[in-house]
Design a protein around this ligand. Structure first.
Ligand SMILES: Cc1cc2nc3c(=O)[nH]c(=O)nc-3n(C[C@H](O)[C@H](O)[C@H](O)COP(=O)(O)OP(=O)(O)OC[C@H]3O[C@@H](n4cnc5c(N)ncnc54)[C@H](O)[C@@H]3O)c2cc1C
Length: 663
């Protein structure tokens, strides 16, 4: 039966969305017949008024394949209808079908059920796990299973400006810390810690900023017993992953081409991004072309992990190109509940899939890449952790390892919100959508001000070891979300922006423990953020940098005016004084999302070390951890590239230990 609605026709190799008509037959041409019902159902929402959108007339190239990926959540599931349901429906279809964005024919086909055994099982398809699985499957005579608890990546999340839009729903573990006495007090001592639960892990949701910290970070790792992890030893692994498309603007001395992960500057920055750099120059903070280059302090428009204006998750960068390898299986919506042991050797995992409990054997090794919260959680559930705690939760002890879940830390921050003289307008609009669909440029191809950043030293460090980062938010082309992630509020009259001061070297340490021995129960997360004077002081000094930026001729010309309200519990201090901020950072704490350290590297003689420098779990055979949790200290900058680097190193350690050549 024909369905009334906008017509999708196909002249030559393009789809064109026309104003009206019947589109059931054109739909048959779209990709294949099985794709049609879902396309029709997208359009069916919009049969009432089909004339009013600039997306009508948008064109897109067509690819054909037997089983195109069209999975959700769809844009219409995550955006409220305030931008118009017709517009959102059309946008969704055009995103899903676009080979550069939704890439419906380029996806990995997950297997329906894993084989009984594999050489290697990698748990978690995030920043590190994607790298480990892709690299191990380069060895033809090994077979590899990559297990992911969540589903494939929805098309809408590949738009850079949709950063964070899909958090708060089914693609988010939705963790919250508890019992904080020095952080998130305005939220009753519970900080929200979103984490991605999908192929790509948290790299489907993050800001994509490419940074590596700086050499002193790695000196500190070595001091903690991470022998072999000095800057000179890790740098080749950053370069191995990288395909930098801006060599020339950034230096070939620091960057590489030819790796699987594209690094670029996003095609779009709002003009205010450049105003910030002018202000930084006026304030004497300096501008750097590349904070991962020679000049590690100053302000910049950061490079991002993206390709021609489209997000590329670690899964998309590393695993998707390997999709035709017969020796790499990917399984989705499969929760690993436990590592299985015979004695102290890991021999496989138990997982929950389609309501069924399945056991899969690992002939060589299991690699946990489930992230800073879930890797220690899995170790504890499996009997690897502090003996007393495990016994108290009725978990049989395999190895007494007191460091599991300890040393948990994160970058911590506090934001100052401002209004500008510029009148308010929605950055998410139809012409931006149309431009993005056509050629992946315009406001959708940027992250607003999130791509602008500055790194500076506080007075507690030295200039070659900076410890403050300034982040920005605003001008993000994002729909009105159904979840409450958009917390930067406008008064509807003026544009609103946020400048955030981040402590890059937290000394506060928290921990992860079991709530119960039920793997479906989230762990207890206690961040203990902002518990040291040092940590608060670094954030407060960063706020001083922000206030200097705000006081520059450029910012005055733009009419920047602060909009933060006095926090009642801190009102006994003079508003804006250091004492006021020392109080305020505990109430309106903004945890960054750079959780690290809960399974840290260290020597066997160190009782709190969880893995050795080759990432093998102490006291266990056949089990490694490779993700952000192994880093002894979070790097002084955006961490994801450092997590990819851990994945690269893990794969090489494994290849070397099993007598294979490394590339
Ligand atoms: C909003 C936000 C913005 C960010 N912005 C940036 C940025 O701009 N730049 C930057 O460098 N960093 C950024 N980060 C941080 C960065 O994304 C993380 O540091 C990085 O993704 C951590 O990598 P990981 O491999 O340790 O974990 P993840 O990437 O989270 O991967 C872990 C994977 O394991 C899966 N998993 C967990 N448990 C199980 C289980 N039991 N069974 C099966 N699978 C499981 C998860 O579902 C997930 O897919 C941001 C983070 C957030 C949340």
């Amino acid at each position: 039966m024909a369905v009334e609605g906008p017509k999708v026709s196909r002249p030559k190799d393009k789809l064109v969305v026309e104003e009206s008509g019947e589109y059931s037959e054109s739909c048959a041409e779209f990709a294949n017949k099985s794709a049609c019902p879902s396309i029709i159902s997208q359009y069916a929402i919009s049969t009432r008024n089909v004339t009013n959108t600039s997306l009508l007339g948008a064109t897109l190239p067509v690819t054909q394949c037997p089983d195109p990926f069209m999975g959700g959540p769809q844009v219409t599931d995550v955006c409220s209808a305030s931008e118009g349901s017709l517009f959102l429906s059309l946008l969704n279809v055009l995103l899903v079908a676009n080979p550069y964005i939704g890439d419906p024919c380029g996806r990995v086909t997950p297997i329906k059920e894993p084989d009984p055994s594999y050489d290697f099982i990698v748990v978690g398809a995030g920043a590190a796990g994607s790298v480990v699985a892709a690299r191990l499957s380069e060895i033809d005579d090994w077979n590899v299973l990559l297990v992911e608890a969540g589903p494939d990546e929805p098309a809408g999340a590949e738009i850079p400006s949709n950063l964070q839009l899909y958090l708060g729903g089914p693609l988010d573990w939705q963790y919250k810390t508890s019992n904080e006495s020095t952080a998130c007090l305005s939220q009753n001592g519970r900080c929200a810690w979103p984490r991605g639960k999908n192929l790509g892990g948290t790299t489907l949701h993050h800001g994509m900023a490419y940074h590596r910290g700086h050499p002193k970070d790695y000196d500190r790792w070595v001091e903690h017993g991470a022998e072999g992890w000095s800057w000179d030893e890790v740098l080749p692994y950053y370069l191995k992953s990288e395909n930098n498309t801006e060599i020339g603007r950034v230096s070939a001395k620091h960057h590489a081409t030819g790796g699987p992960m594209n690094v670029e500057r996003l095609p779009y920055q709002p003009p205010f991004a450049w105003d910030i750099l002018n202000a930084a120059d006026e304030a004497g903070f300096g501008v750097s072309e590349d904070l991962a280059g020679d000049k590690i302090t100053g302000f910049t428009v950061a490079q991002t992990i993206s390709k021609k204006g489209v997000r590329t998750t670690s899964f998309r960068s590393f695993v998707q190109p390997a999709k035709d390898r017969k020796n790499l299986h990917v399984v989705v919506n499969a929760l690993v509940t436990k590592v299985n042991f015979i004695g102290n050797r890991a021999v496989g995992v138990s997982l929950l899939m389609n309501g069924e409990k399945i056991q899969v054997k690992a002939k060589r090794e299991v690699v946990l890449s489930a992230g800073t919260i879930n890797s220690p959680h899995l170790l504890l559930l499996s009997g690897v952790g502090p003996k007393k705690h495990l016994k108290s939760k009725n978990v049989p002890v395999v190895v007494d390892l007191p460091g599991v879940g300890e040393n948990l830390h994160n970058h911590q921050s506090f934001g100052l919100d401002f209004f500008l003289k510029e009148g308010y307008y929605p950055v998410f609009n139809e012409s931006s959508a149309e431009q993005y669909i056509e050629n992946q440029t315009g406001a959708f191809a940027g992250t607003g001000l999130a791509q602008v950043t500055g790194v500076m030293p506080s007075n507690l460090t030295t200039p070659d070891d900076p410890d403050i980062q300034i982040f920005f938010a605003g001008y993000q082309a994002i729909c009105t979300p159904k979840s409450n992630i958009a917390d930067l509020s406008s008064d509807g009259k003026s544009m609103a922006v946020r400048f955030t001061s981040v402590n890059l070297r937290p000394t506060s340490r928290g921990r992860i423990t079991l709530n119960s021995n039920n793997p479906l129960d989230p762990p207890v997360i206690w961040s203990n953020d902002m518990s040291t004077k040092h940590d608060r002081s670094v954030v407060v000094q960063g706020l001083g940098i922000i206030l200097k930026l705000a006081d520059t001729p450029t910012m005055k010309r733009l009419g920047l005016r602060q909009q933060n309200k006095v926090i009642p519990q801190c009102a006994h201090h003079k508003f804006g004084s250091d004492d006021y901020f020392d109080c305020a950072v505990r109430w309106d704490t903004r945890p960054e999302n750079h959780q690290t350290g809960s399974c840290r590297i260290g020597q066997r003689s160190d009782p709190m070390a969880v893995v050795d420098p080759r990432l093998k779990v102490h006291g266990i055979k056949g089990l490694r951890v490779a993700d952000a949790s192994v880093q002894p200290n979070v790097v002084s900058g955006n961490p994801v590239a450092s997590v990819n680097m851990v994945g690269e190193r893990a794969a090489d350690f494994i290849k070397q230990d099993w007598g294979k050549q490394t590339s």
